[in-house]
Structures are given as structure tokens and as C-alpha cells.
Design a protein around this ligand. Structure first.
Ligand code: AMP
Length: 483
């Protein structure tokens, strides 16, 4: 809004506003009987409000700040490892996923949202982004860019699964894909990014890893596996019995106790790998040793999707939360046949995706534990050593000046907590307490007149009166940043 310099213009405007207010007050007395919004709301009360769709979630405060943090962490780590941002449409041709994930995969056969649009096209809400990335690699001309083409994405995916903790119908994934080069260093690079993304968010994990070799090696192994499964048929769960012909590899990662027991002596894919495949896998592991990513070898890890070759991995939280056993935080692998499957030239690729709702559940449960420890008087402080400020105001003129000072601080790279929406100083200081800030800045009528501010140490209660002109310097000193 332009600044009004001329005093007589300002007076005029104030007069007009007053007259208008009086007029509307008179009118409202008559109209209120008919238009009182409360009355309207009551009338509507009988109508059912639209509800959130099952399995979907809003991202709202206070957790929404964790989402921003996760996004920033993903942005920072992918920049450091030179991945470029990529976003594909949420709608794709349904055939894209049927061809790449495999018709017998759970995602395609049971979980995908598929529908016909008004033109009769069979479309799907994307259940994952790797197939979309491969499609885009071909249709957006990335084939002609310098290889490898390294992409990262962050967004919603859709699967019509049974909703439960850590499993939703709309969920979000952060992922990386690396197209065009077949080299163990690139497998190790994406695993390093995935592992450290979660670590940077304060969650310790371990990578479960295996190699499923080439399609030829896998085909030979599957013959052996099917023979074994047939011999154990009567011990298997109903679901696994069905999988013997449909998708025998999936029996290996069944969570049913009777399947786990029946699979104890199952043949292991590693025994069907060629020397080449074994050497490649060893190379990946050597890289992981070098970069100190903790991993365990999991001979039964095969992943349920058709497009994987060689390296496959899943990332599990080290916490012993029930959630940790329920599912991996992230997963990925090498998919050298994917681009070819979509009609392109043979093009190797490797990538991962991480389920952000699951990471968030880990962050929340860790925070809860830390809070409990704090309450029990243990020394684990969430904000150990972290200095933070709250800017409180008292009276309308101070509120205006407060906004100006907050902006002045922001320009100097300093953010402070504040709540212009609260009028009482008590309410604001309660909020400051809730945020566990170490210091409060208070700007009252007197300080406004004197051109000063009060800085209060929240723990000791000691207050200091400081010249407003020195606010940046004083605040920087408290926060321990250079001025
Ligand atoms: P996937 O694409 O199946 O390999 O899954 C990769 C990651 O996405 C998993 O490790 C989960 O963290 C997450 N994920 C998969 N399905 C869901 C779901 N229905 N709800 C929430 N997260 C999911």
C-alpha cells in the first residue's frame, strides 16, 4: 500500500471511514434479523460437512513445519550430490505402471487408482515415480543430455491400500533416480543420499541389501525356488500358495510366521549369481564401507517389482518402534531394463524412494521420547544450547514498530518468534514459554518513546534495556552469530 504522506489527506480518509462505520451500524440493526451469520450457520448445521477422504491426510500445523524441514533437507542433500529437480504429472497412462511394475505386483493388481477420463483414456494416479521418471527420460529428451542424468523428486503418490499407521492412500515420497550409467559408484551414491537424508533428520537407520543379479540369473533361480515352494506348499499361507505361480519371489518377503518358518531352508539367490554379478555387488558394498553407511546382507530381500536388477535395498529405522518392524522407511535398487521396457534404447538406472510419512512418524516418536526424558529430569535437551528469541509487544503503536523491527532483523538473516495476533503481554509470554525460547524482546509504550527495547533472559529473569538502533548487534550477540 502506498504511504500516505499528506496529513490532511489522512484526516479526510479517517473522517470517511467514521461516517461509513456509522452508516453500516444503522443498517446492520435492521438487517441482523435476516442475515446474522450465526443464524445462517445454525440453519446449515443439519447438513453434513464434506469429510476428508479415507486414507488421505491434510498437512497442517504444528507438523507442517516438519514437512518444510524434510523438503529443505532433501533440497540440500540433492544439491550437494548434483541431482536436478524433476516433477512429473500425477496422472499417467495406466499402462505405464502395468508394463513396468508388472501386472502381478500388488501395486498394479490391487492398489492402483485407475479410471477412465471423459475421453475414455485409461489413466492412473501415480503409485510411485520411478516409472514416470523413466517415461519422462524418454519423452522429455533427457536421453540426449549428458549421462548420467540424475533426478530428484518430492511429491504425493497414491495406492488404494488398507489405511493404518504408516500406510496411507495418499502418501509422499522423496526419491532420486540416476539414468544412463551402469556403475557400482552410482548404486552407492543413491544409497548414500537416501541414508544421509534420514540421518540429517536425526533418525539412525540400517540399509538391508541384496543382489538379484541379471534377469537370466534370476530366471534360473526362480525355477529352483518354485520347486522348493511346491515341496513346502502345505506349510505356506493361502496368499503365498497363490504366489507360487503368480509371483514366487514375493513369498520370500512374506511377513506371515508360517511362511517365514517354511522358507528357512529356501535356496538363496546369491548362489545363482554369475561371477560378474557377484563382483559388481562386492563393489557396491566396498563403496558403502568407505562412506560408512551401515548395512546388513539380506539374502531374502528381492523387492516385489519386475523392473529391478542387481542391487536391491531397503532402509529400516534402528529404533525398536513397532513401526520399524511394520515397514521400511525407504527402498530402491537398480533397474537396467526399465527404459527399454518403455520402448527406449537399453539404458541402465538406479534409484530409491523414501516414504515421508514414515520418516515423520520416526521423528515424532523420537521427539516424544526426548520430551519424556526431559520431563524425567534426564539431561537430553531437545534444544540443548540453542538460543531462540520471542518478540513481544505492548500496545498498538508498539505492534506496528514490532513488525518493522522483525523485518529489520529478518533482513539481517535473524528470525525471531512472535505473535502479532495476541494483544496481552501475558498471552505472548506464555507462548514464548511454550516455544522454550531463551530470550524475549519486549517493546512497550515507554520503550517505543525512548527508542529502546527490553531484552529478557527467560531463565534468570534478568532484563536489559537496549537502544533500538543496536537491536541487530545485541540479538546477534545472544544468538552467537557474527554481526
Ligand atoms: P515402494 O515404492 O513400494 O518401494 O515404497 C517405498 C517407500 O514408500 C516405503 O518404504 C514406504 O516408506 C513408502 N510407502 C509405500 N507405500 C506406502 C503407503 N501406502 N503409505 C505410506 N508410505 C508408503
Amino acid at each position: 500500500m502506498p504511504r500516505i504522506k499528506n496529513k490532511s489527506v489522512k484526516k479526510n480518509i479517517t473522517k470517511k471511514i467514521k461516517v461509513k462505520k456509522e452508516k453500516t451500524n444503522k443498517k446492520s440493526v435492521v438487517k441482523e434479523k435476516v442475515q446474522n451469520p450465526t443464524v445462517l450457520q445454525l440453519n446449515k448445521k443439519n447438513k453434513k460437512s464434506p469429510q476428508l477422504v479415507r486414507g488421505m491426510k491434510d498437512i497442517v500445523p504444528p507438523n507442517s513445519s516438519d514437512w518444510v524441514k524434510m523438503y529443505r533437507t532433501a533440497d540440500a542433500i540433492t544439491e550437494a550430490y548434483n541431482f536436478s529437480f524433476f516433477e512429473s504429472p500425477i496422472l499417467e497412462e495406466a499402462v505405464l505402471f502395468a508394463r513396468t511394475l508388472g501386472k502381478s505386483s500388488d501395486v498394479v493388481s490391487k492398489e492402483m487408482y485407475v479410471f477412465e477420463d471423459r475421453d475414455g483414456n485409461k489413466l492412473a494416479l501415480r503409485p510411485e515415480a520411478t516409472a514416470s521418471a523413466a517415461r519422462s527420460y524418454l519423452t522429455s529428451g533427457m536421453v540426449n543430455m549428458s549421462q548420467p542424468v540424475k533426478l530428484w523428486y518430492y511429491g504425493p503418490m497414491f495406492r488404494h491400500d488398507r489405511p493404518q499407521a504408516g500406510r496411507y492412500r495418499q502418501f509422499h515420497q522423496f526419491g532420486c533416480e540416476s539414468f544412463g550409467v551402469h556403475d557400482a559408484s552410482l548404486d552407492a551414491e543413491v544409497i548414500t543420499v537416501a541414508y544421509n537424508f534420514i540421518k540429517d533428520l536425526g533418525i539412525e537407520t540400517t540399509v538391508h541389501i541384496n543382489s538379484i543379479g541379471t534377469p537370466e540369473e534370476r530366471a534360473k533361480y526362480i525355477v529352483e525356488l518354485v520347486g522348493y515352494l511346491r515341496s513346502k506348499r502345505s506349510y505356506l499361507s493361502e496368499e503365498s500358495k497363490k504366489r507360487i505361480t503368480k509371483n514366487p519371489l514375493r513369498v520370500l518377503d512374506s511377513k506371515e510366521q508360517q511362511d517365514i518358518e517354511a522358507m528357512e531352508d529356501a535356496p538363496q539367490i546369491v548362489d545363482w549369481l554369475s561371477e560378474n554379478s557377484k563382483q559388481y555387488f562386492m563393489n557396491v558394498l566396498e563403496y558403502l564401507d568407505e562412506v560408512e553407511v551401515p548395512y546388513v546382507l539380506k539374502p531374502t530381500l528381492v523387492r516385489g517389482l519386475d523392473y529391478y536388477t542387481d542391487t536391491v535395498f531397503e532402509i529400516f529405522a534402528d529404533s525398536n518402534e513397532p513401526l520399524a518392524s511394520q515397514g521400511a522407511l525407504g527402498a530402491g535398487g537398480r533397474y537396467d531394463l526399465l527404459v527399454e521396457e518403455l520402448g527406449g534404447q537399453p539404458t541402465p538406472g538406479v534409484g530409491f524412494s523414501i516414504g515421508l510419512e514414515r520418516v515423520l512418524l520416526e521423528i515424532k516418536s523420537k521427539r516424544e521420547k526426548e520430551k519424556q526424558n526431559l520431563e524425567e529430569g534426564q539431561k537430553m535437551s531437545i534444544k540443548k544450547g540453542k538460543k531462540e528469541l520471542f518478540f513481544a509487544h505492548l500496545g498498538e503503536p508498539s505492534r506496528k514498530r514490532t513488525l518493522a523491527l522483525i523485518e529489520e532483523l529478518r533482513r539481517a538473516g535473524i528470525t525471531v518468534r512472535h505473535c502479532l495476533g495476541k494483544v496481552s503481554l501475558k498471552g505472548q509470554l506464555e507462548l514464548a514459554d511454550k516455544f522454550q525460547v531463551t530470550h524475549s524482546i519486549i517493546l512497550g509504550q515507554k520503550e517505543l518513546q525512548d527508542g529502546t527495547i527490553i531484552i529478557r533472559d527467560m531463565e534468570s529473569g534478568i532484563q536489559e534495556i537496549v537502544d533500538q538502533k543496536k537491536i541487530k548487534k545485541e540479538v546477534s550477540k545472544i544468538l552467537g552469530i557474527a554481526y
